[in-house]
Design a binder for this molecule. Structure first.
Ligand code: GLY
Ligand code: MN
Ligand code: MN
Length: 427
């Protein structure tokens, strides 16, 4: 749970980062049509949520800044019994006043009028262009005094880079629920089941533990499907002797978890599977161990490429000298993706990787990132030994950078061959 005083301090920090004589508008998310008149479940915009914790649609945060002083205003949907009968209860202006530490609260109906009036005295308009470009253009049209338009998302996303203790607590909870699901998936009998049956195990456990949703569509990839990086069809029958790559994590109270485990369908790794798996695991453990403040993500990337390339040469997947293979980028065929990404309110958290001068941001305490090396050997790749064809392995954990090093937040989700085999044969 994030306290209102923490939300307020975020708004204060954001307001301090704005130019003098500016007006900032941060809207709630829009609804998304699924088909005809049905919609996807509503999810609040991550930046708006970060600043307010408010989950209702049709709302908006406005910051008005003079030279140094500023005011924060929240616009909320008005209470309307008839509409609430269909769409559920609204907090409304009166109750919102008790919840939010802002200077003023108005009903959203007044937004345009207030905006026209307040913006006429300002020079800069801050807005998240990506969120609703049409609305931004409409605001631009009615704003009289404004002469510059600045993307506010950058200011907010910079703040999202460092997680507070209360954010870390929620991320830990999300990971704990995902752990229960991954362990259950390891335990259940899988031979002759369909991938979506395993997906159901995850969705069931997520919901049973109060996780609103998955943080992204689960990847449940049996056998060669693991070699499609974003495989989400999850509709194939699982085969004995195959591995399953499971990339699944829940979102709990607006915070993500992002975990990948690669496990055998029948609880026992074959020799070639074990060779590939242990090679990737060894690299993953080594890369995680390099994490500490001051280290660059690009360093972790290049080290992971070196180590995986070396591992592939040792297994005979790549032939030649590691240095030359790296230079020729031969390893990219089998390890085509990044070593990891920021994680937080979004699974790929919208926090910057470079500063405003384009310089890479180094790791520092409070950042959360994933480490997820993988090797993908397509079944049709005749250049590799037959025993490895059709095997894809990725192992992914969520890491908190600490003052002196790191804490692997998902370290208690089993990942050694012996432990996976042991948990799998329990039933
Ligand atoms: N689950 C998406 C990713 O690992 O980046
Ligand atoms: Mn990831
Ligand atoms: Mn993932």
């Amino acid at each position: 749970m994030i306290s209102e005083s923490e939300y307020k301090s975020r708004r204060d920090r954001l307001a301090t980062s704005l130019n003098s004589y500016s007006i900032a508008i941060i809207h709630s998310a829009l609804h998304k049509t699924r088909s005809n008149d049905t919609e996807y479940p509503y999810r609040q915009d991550s930046n708006f949520y970060y600043l307010t914790g408010y989950k209702e649609d049709n709302s908006c945060l406005m910051i008005l800044k003079k030279k140094k002083k500023y005011k924060t205003i929240l616009f909320v949907e008005k209470k309307d019994e008839r509409r609430e009968l269909w769409n559920g209860k609204r907090l409304g202006k009166k109750a919102a006043k008790k919840v939010f530490s802002v200077d003023n609260i108005y009903e959203i109906d007044c937004f345009e009028k207030k905006f026209t009036k307040k913006s006429s005295l300002k020079q800069h308009l801050y807005y998240d262009f990506k969120l609703n470009y049409l609305r931004f253009k409409a605001l631009k049209r009615i704003s009289k005094g404004i002469n510059t338009h600045i993307n506010i998302a950058k200011n907010i996303e910079k703040m999202r880079l460092i997680k507070s203790p209360s954010e870390i607590k929620i991320i830990k909870k999300a990971i704990k629920i995902s752990k229960t699901a991954h362990h259950q998936a390891m335990k259940v009998k899988k031979t002759d089941k369909y991938e979506y049956e395993l997906q159901a195990v995850f969705e069931n456990i997520f919901k049973l533990h109060g996780a609103y949703s998955d943080a992204y569509t689960s990847i449940i990839a049996g056998g060669n499907s693991a070699n499609t990086l974003h495989y989400i069809e999850n509709n194939q029958k699982l085969k004995n002797d195959d591995l399953i790559l499971i990339d699944a994590g829940c979102e709990y109270d607006y915070y993500a978890s992002d975990i990948t485990r690669t496990i055998p369908v029948n609880a026992k790794f074959t020799q070639p599977q074990k060779e590939l798996y242990n090679m990737v695991l060894d690299v993953q453990v080594k890369i995680i161990d390099m994490i500490k403040p001051g280290v660059k993500r690009s360093f972790l990337q290049s080290e992971s490429e070196k180590l995986l390339c070396d591992g592939m040469v040792k297994l005979g997947i790549l032939k030649g000298k590691v240095k030359k293979l790296l230079k020729q980028k031969k390893h990219k065929k089998y390890y085509p993706h990044g070593i990891g990404h920021w994680m937080g309110i979004d699974v790929h958290d919208e926090a910057p990787y470079t500063d405003k001068f384009g310089k890479e941001i180094v790791l520092s305490a409070g950042m959360v990132l994933t480490i997820e090396p993988g090797i993908y050997c397509n079944k049709d790749d005749l250049s590799i030994s037959e025993k490895y064809r059709g095997i894809g392995v990725r192992i992914e954990d969520d890491i908190l950078v600490s003052k002196k090093g790191y804490k692997n937040l998902s370290s208690n989700i089993v990942k050694n061959v012996e432990d996976i085999e042991a948990i799998g044969t329990l039933l």
